[in-house]
Design a protein. Structure first.
Length: 231
């Protein structure tokens, strides 16, 4: 790539960052235009097709990914062939916080998505000049640890109804919708696997929550909360 094309590419990436929907959650949130142009040297936009893997379990990964659009499920496969959903990623979430020779899970796109990719080797260099990047990564690492702890509590101490409501409420908070309706990008089987429930149990639990008044509507992947019950 010529120097002129390289500069144009950097400016385009910096402009993309300035208009990015998740900039406030990203590592470039506290950077000025000049610093973003510096960061743009290491960053690449990567579209991901539905059903395709961003990273694969057992393979090396040397990059940090930030979800700009779309959603992903994190899957681990057990020795007996069964799978376990260990998490979901949504807009603004991070993947690959640390470089690894063997990824712990596969990140599969639940819908067409877009991510920003930052090689760790170059991020380390930039963090020396821009401490805000390192601080963001450390803060996000703590957030991910808290999320893992909350999931352990959810699986070990909460009833089926509490697990499902906690999960749905977390999606509503992520969605930041103006109303009380959310649309699941994942299947019910994905949700059941993540919550440690049988698919039949999840279906019965949704029916119970609707009958109890916590949910107003359950139609396929469309979930509407009862506004008065959630206040």
């Amino acid at each position: 790539m010529s120097e002129a094309h390289d500069c144009a590419f950097q400016r385009a990436n910096a402009s993309f960052c300035a208009l990015c929907k998740v900039r406030e959650q990203s590592i470039c949130a506290e950077l000025d235009l000049g610093e973003m142009e510096d960061l743009a040297k290491t960053m690449a936009h990567r579209p991901v097709k539905e059903g395709k893997a961003l990273i694969a379990e057992g393979e090396e990964n040397d990059s940090l990914y930030i979800v700009v659009d779309g959603s992903f499920r994190l899957v681990r496969h057990l020795v007996d062939g069964r799978r376990q959903i260990v998490g979901f990623l949504f807009r603004g979430d991070y993947l690959g916080m640390q470089p690894t020779e063997s990824s712990f899970h596969t990140a599969e796109a639940l819908e067409p998505g877009l991510v920003c990719r930052f090689p760790h080797s170059l991020l380390d260099e930039l963090s020396v000049r821009h401490p805000g990047i390192k601080n963001r990564l450390l803060a996000r690492g703590q957030t991910e640890m808290h999320k893992a702890e909350e999931h352990i509590v959810l699986l070990g101490k909460k009833t089926a109804e509490e697990r499902v409501m906690s999960f749905l409420e977390s999606l509503r908070d992520k969605n930041e919708a103006d109303d009380d309706t959310i649309f699941l990008s994942m299947s019910r089987q994905d949700v059941a696997d993540y919550l440690g429930l049988r698919l039949e149990t999840l279906s019965r639990t949704l029916a119970v929550l609707k009958k109890r008044g916590d949910l107003q509507e359950v139609s396929g992947r469309r979930i509407t909360f009862n506004g008065s019950a959630s206040d």
